[in-house]
Design a protein around this ligand. Sequence first.
Ligand SMILES: Cc1cc2nc3c(=O)[nH]c(=O)nc-3n(C[C@H](O)[C@H](O)[C@H](O)COP(=O)(O)O)c2cc1C
Length: 249
Amino acid sequence: MSDNETINTIKNRRAIRDYDTSKDVPDELIYKIIEAGGYAPSAENQQPWRVIVVRDKELQKFIGQAAVDRTILLFGRATPREELERRLSYIKSKASLERTIDILISGERFEYIKGEPETNGAPVLLVLAVDQTHVGNSQPTLRGTGGVYGWSSPRHAVIAGSMMMQNMALAAASLGIGSCVSSVQLDHFDDVGAVSERLNIPSPHWVPILCLTLGYPLAERTLGPPRQMPEEIAFLDKWGQPFAKEGKE
Ligand SMILES: Cc1cc2nc3c(=O)[nH]c(=O)nc-3n(C[C@H](O)[C@H](O)[C@H](O)COP(=O)(O)O)c2cc1C
């Protein structure tokens, strides 16, 4: 069975980390992207998300620097090089593998978030925050009881927020706009606190969980990291029992 337009968009979306800085993304397209994001499902349709459109260069630089600094700590200091080689072993060319590791451990790979023209940075940065208390616990009668969903309210918020984020990335791709989801600058409590403070995000109920850079790609990028096929990731009825291959009777 051939792929339709939606599936093609899903398969061809790539993480874009080099942007054409001569082209801005107009607000009307950003509006469309966020609107599409808002059509994502959420528990009880509570839509526990807010998006901050960051156009201010100083703010972009601050958030991007948090990504660079955290990457240096995470990949440059805390992760042994052999571990990075193992994780990136799908890169077959030795030279590309070495280069990828070098730009990871130096933080260079995440310069694009700063939005600077010299490093082909993204003109627009979206910050997605979710309401951790949105189901159950936000109702006064349930507060303190664990709520309808108990401890899982923050989890539901992150799940819904992730679906919202994917909608935005796909909507952007369908409009010819490149994007890259990033979390590294929000992976540590200190960074979450610092970013929340700079953007006036009302902590602790609202938490920024992901960013999405937006911009026109500097170059077309169709090839991405390989994907596992359904026969590798899907089971039939019980774990370990293979699910039929495409076209198999
Ligand atoms: C939850 C999440 C966090 C991610 N964090 C980062 C990040 O911090 N920086 C970055 O450049 N890319 C980040 N990515 C993008 C992935 O690296 C990328 O989507 C993945 O390698 C697959 O490549 P593709 O999107 O081109 O298919 C993240 C993606 C997800 C879903």
